[in-house]
Design a protein around this ligand. Structure first.
Ligand SMILES: [Mn+2]
Length: 451
């Protein structure tokens, strides 16, 4: 289930194919961020860097070089990795390193140099390249270093011009954002990526199921969060893919609620938006269910409406459909349902046109999913929403939220917040719901909670 070194190489080859002739791409790994004094935030590799290398050490630098025109013999390699060298003392404190030898042997680097020597090599590698591909304005510190290397490359070119009397175009004339190339590749998941995501989705779905058995009145939201983290880590996730949301009662109406410190009350619903990160890939699931195991009539009405909308949204997630078809399907159901419940008044067409539903359903249908929870990849091409294709993975997550103090609606709806979210893989013939193992019909949930 791990992505193979062959696949990482195939990804780099695809990037190299898309680079202009005689060009260079530079991509830094993530750095370790200090939390305070001797304590650091947990390390998470930069997703683009990981996608192209599988290399999980901090501060490394990937260089892809295309074309050897005018290059020093030492640098005519496709894939160069700068990383930390083997060092017994340092490794005693911070763990094993691949080192130069490992970079080549285990990660397929054509050349590997110690990070400390990067200032010496990079200016020479930039020489005689016409285009530089890079992530602009993401890491200020690295931007500065890159500028310094460019400046050295320029000075070298001038000096060699003076020495030889020859003029040359000797360093990049254009800089291109590398994101467009790498992100487009990341949007289409390979068989191994799908297998990885399927596993992470199953682990996360099982953890949600476990929470339905665990939740009861009197528990603190934080205890529910703790149980989720326990479950996914027991099954092999390194951590959660994003900050867990556990919102009891009206807390569910705060879309990015993360305080998670209220006591769960009988008679309320609890909304749990939580997913594990498995081998660097994210799962993203939301379930909403009654804290005492039984939906009230009003809660059931809203819940079934969101569920119907989600089911129609998932149906619209088909190859050949546009991204926007999912939201359109959801909105049709939501508006019809809100009219039926007399929460909105007016014709279906007018209410959709005015976006009257946005008071209660104020977000979009979902997002791409992959190495990042809100994964990379464009939603529009030339202005139009793109067409869904085989191998794309996305979430479908409609919701309805009625603020506790909204005096314009009937009191029975106030404080109800419901969202239902699944992870959907676009297949050749339709789709596969990767998170289907987590129950979501009222009958299934009540049976699980009260038997
Ligand atoms: Mn989501």
């Amino acid at each position: 289930m791990n992505i193979t070194m062959d696949e990482f190489k195939a990804r780099r080859d695809k990037v190299l194919e898309k680079l202009a002739p005689n060009s260079i791409a530079i991509l830094p790994a993530a750095s370790i961020k200090q939390r305070n004094s001797d304590t650091e935030y947990p390390f998470r590799q930069n997703s683009d860097f990981y996608y192209l290398t599988g290399f999980n050490e901090a501060d490394a630098v990937l260089v892809l070089s295309k074309g050897a025109q005018g290059q020093a013999q030492e640098y005519v390699h496709g894939f160069t990795l700068f990383c930390l060298p083997k060092d017994e003392t340092a490794e005693l404190w911070t763990g094993k390193r691949a080192g130069m030898d490992g970079a080549k042997r285990l990660y397929g680097a054509d050349a590997a140099y110690p990070l400390a020597e990067i200032d010496r090599h990079l200016p020479a590698m930039l020489q005689n390249k016409t285009k530089l591909y890079y992530h602009f304005a993401e890491e200020q510190e690295f931007d500065k270093r890159l500028n310094a290397w460019l400046k050295q490359a320029k000075q070298k070119a001038l000096a060699s011009g003076r020495a030889t009397g020859q003029k040359s175009n000797s360093f990049p004339e254009a800089m291109v954002d590398i994101s467009a190339i790498v992100h487009e590749l990341r949007l289409y998941k390979s068989a191994l990526e799908v297998e990885t995501m399927r596993r992470g989705a199953k682990i996360s779905a099982d953890a949600h199921t476990k929470l339905m058995r665990t939740v009861k009145p009197g528990l603190n939201e934080r205890q529910v969060e703790a149980e989720f983290i326990y479950q996914i880590m027991q099954q092999g996730c390194k951590t959660v893919a994003y900050t867990t949301i556990v919102g009891g009662g009206a807390n569910a109406c705060t879309l990015h609620y993360t305080a998670n410190d209220a006591v769960l009350q009988a008679g309320d619903l609890v909304l749990i938006d939580a997913g594990g990160e498995y081998n660097n890939y994210a799962a993203d699931i939301t379930r909403t269910f009654p804290i005492n195991g039984k939906f009230t009539v009003a809660q059931a009405a809203i819940y079934n409406l969101v569920l119907a909308a989600q089911q129609q949204g998932i149906k619209a997630a088909q190859p050949g459909q546009r991204w926007s078809a999912i939201q359109e399907a959801i909105v049709e159901v939501i508006v019809a349902g809100l009219r039926e419940l007399n929460i909105l008044q007016g014709t279906q067409q007018q209410l959709i046109k005015k976006q009257a539903y946005r008071r209660f359903y104020m977000h979009s249908s979902g997002h791409w999913l992959g190495l990042d929870t809100h994964d990379v990849g464009k939603y529009r091409l030339q202005g139009d929403y793109r067409v869904l294709e085989l191998g794309m993975v996305l979430t479908v997550e409609p919701g309805l939220y009625f603020a506790a103090d909204d005096a314009t609606i009937d009191a029975k709806w106030r404080g109800i917040g419901v969202r239902i979210e699944d992870d959907v893989l676009i297949t050749a013939t339709g789709n596969e719901v990767l998170t289907a193992a987590a129950p979501k019909t009222i009958a299934e949930i009540e049976a699980l909670m009260i038997g």
